[in-house]
Design a protein around this ligand. Structure first.
Ligand SMILES: [Zn+2]
Length: 402
């Protein structure tokens, strides 16, 4: 990232096309005549101007994944004139990609996504240099990839890649424009170690394989990833231009069926294993409940839950569903209230040193509740794997054996 803001050279009112053209022609490294026409509508914005356009031309963005999120991200970054775009992806285009990945066409099925993406960018804006990395993003190649670019846009579709991107961004201090989508819901944020939380501050431990459904298993809407991937491009452009307030320390949760946009405040964890001191969590909690440094695990197995003596159980289901909860829930906070931020008040969640265990019927909604609470700084929030169904089964089986 380049520090400082390039000042607007001419007031908006005085910036006629001829002025733009004259300035552009007379200054090395500034947009050409062709560029002045291509970017006219954004150069007209005081926040961009000719200086901002030159800044974008000199900038570089790494997009991890040329899929559902990467398609709009790459498209809008290229259209806006970001000078260098790196694309990392080792996948080939499959028919099942096409409904949400319009960077690729039907004729591209079977080709490498990075090839198809580079062609699409060349057709849209030949001035953009695309660097294709036809490889999987892993911990092994993460550092050289990330440090070669100013901003990283994470459009990956799997947890190991997401954690590898996060670690490399934390280590290098690169802004990490992240999003994830499933079904009709998406989350996004700008993680930036040193300026706010990193991904691992909020999601400290990678969930076990198979515990989080993939888009292949659960499905996802194309227009939703289109929306959020475009927002990722916008956040990257804001950062490169040095304008506005990037989503640092804010977790955006968008449910497109409900038509809701919730913003949860996220705080850096001083003990984060990725960007903080990484020291173990303070004592006072049963060993079984202590997961990653800086907080409890994002979810508890039934055995860990049973072994956790000092816990506060919070049912996140709406009232009609609560009849099957076997134990006494000390409090009910519906997921909708957590999403809106209202349910994250200390009065509802209790003491921050107490283990807060969110429960729903099977563990899906409670996992989101725990993530929202983590994002809001409740480091001792967790979720019961298997939910009330598993809890009932456990009580039944322990009843029989005793
Ligand atoms: Zn962190």
């Amino acid at each position: 990232m380049r520090a400082g803001r390039v000042h607007i050279l001419v007031p908006l009112s005085a910036r006629t096309p001829s002025t733009v053209q004259r300035m552009a022609d007379g200054t090395a490294g500034r947009p050409s005549v062709t560029d002045a026409a291509r970017y006219a509508r954004q150069i007209r914005l005081a926040e961009v101007g000719l200086g901002g356009q030159a800044r974008l031309a000199a900038a570089s963005v790494l997009v991890v994944g040329a899929g559902g999120l990467g398609s709009p991200a790459v498209t809008y970054l290229a259209a806006a004139g970001v000078g260098t775009i790196g694309i990392v992806d080792d996948d080939i285009v499959e028919p099942s990609n096409l409904h949400r990945q319009p960077l690729h066409g039907t004729a591209d099925v079977g080709r490498l996504k990075v090839e198809s993406a580079a062609e699409a960018v060349a057709a849209l804006n030949p001035d953009v240099r695309v660097i294709s990395h036809a490889e999987r993003f892993t911990a092994a190649n993460a550092s050289p990839l990330v440090t070669a670019y100013d901003v990283v846009v994470d459009g990956s579709d799997n947890l190991p890649t997401r954690y590898a991107v996060s670690a490399a961004c934390s280590e290098s201090g690169r802004p990490h424009v992240w999003a994830a989508a499933l079904g009709f819901e998406a989350q996004m944020s700008v993680w930036w170690a040193g300026r706010g939380p990193c991904y691992a501050c909020v999601f400290p431990t990678m969930p076990p394989p198979g515990s989080v459904p993939s888009c292949a298993e659960a499905g996802v809407m194309g227009a939703l990833v289109g929306t959020v991937g475009s927002l990722q491009a916008m956040e990257a452009l804001k950062i490169l231009l040095g304008v506005g307030d990037p989503l640092i320390g804010r977790l955006l949760v968008h449910n497109t069926l409900a038509g809701t946009w919730d913003v949860i405040t996220a705080r850096a964890d001083p003990q984060c294993a990725s960007c903080g001191s990484g020291s173990p969590a303070r004592g006072g909690m049963p060993r079984a409940s202590v997961g990653a440094p800086g907080g409890v695990s994002p979810s508890l197995t039934m055995a860990e839950f049973v072994a956790t003596a000092s816990r506060r159980v919070i049912d996140v289901r709406p009232a009609p569903e609560q009849a099957d909860l076997p134990g006494p829930a000390s409090v009910t906070v519906e997921l909708a209230a957590l999403r809106s931020g209202e349910g994250l008040a200390p009065a509802l969640l209790g003491d921050r040193d107490e283990v807060v265990v969110f429960v729903c019927r099977t563990g899906q909604r409670s996992a989101e509740a725990a993530a929202l609470a983590h994002a809001a700084g409740w480091r001792h929030a967790t979720s019961l794997e298997g939910g009330a169904v598993a809890w009932r089964r456990e009580l039944d089986s322990s009843g029989r054996s005793s």
